[in-house]
Design a protein. Structure first.
Length: 178
């Protein structure tokens, strides 16, 4: 059985974490790198490592030491645009822990890594004491994403149904902080 160690990312992990993230946006999302959406992927240090209320976690394969999965949290909340204005107002920056970049390499999927990473992010958000809600959005076609998020939280906006013209097609979730 494969073993993994989940921990806060170090400077030595950033290159591999970035590779996991870029592989995901190209392979699973089909968007490729889009600077206005993915600038954090290029500058993980400034977005997740330096700010005290943000974090980047990695799941490291104990067998070969590679990064198998990533998960991040920041306090920025969803921006408008591209998200609906009411959603940005419901989840304001500074009060909202936004889960981001919860990605697992295909060969490491179906082992509970994303769930373990998210549990650790929720612990981080609770310990902060300043977050009042947890928010995330996902692409419904992302492998395993909808199933995971539906077990952890509730849909607050499905742009395919709730946004004129289908919005960007993402599904927005809130996860209980308690």
């Amino acid at each position: 059985m494969q073993e993994y160690r989940i921990r806060t990312a170090t400077a030595a992990d950033l290159e591999e974490a970035r590779a996991v993230m870029l592989d995901t946006v190209y392979r699973d999302f089909g968007t490729g790198y889009v600077p206005r959406w993915h600038a954090d992927i290029i500058d993980l240090q400034s977005f997740y490592v330096v700010p005290p209320r943000h974090t980047l976690l990695v799941a490291v394969d104990e067998q070969d030491g590679t990064v198998a999965a990533t998960a991040a949290l920041d306090g920025r909340g969803p921006a408008h645009p591209p998200n609906p204005r009411w959603l940005a107002e419901r989840y304001p920056s500074g009060e909202t822990a936004q889960l981001r970049r919860v990605y697992t390499r295909p060969e490491h999927r179906r082992r509970g890594l994303a769930r373990q990473l998210v549990d650790r992010l929720l612990d981080f958000a609770r310990a902060d004491g300043g977050y009042r809600s947890v928010y995330l959005h996902t692409y419904p076609h992302s492998p395993g994403a909808m199933g995971l998020w539906q077990t952890l939280g509730k849909v607050v906006c499905d742009e395919r149904e709730d946004a004129p013209g289908g919005g960007s097609g993402v599904v927005h979730f809130e996860i209980p902080l308690v």
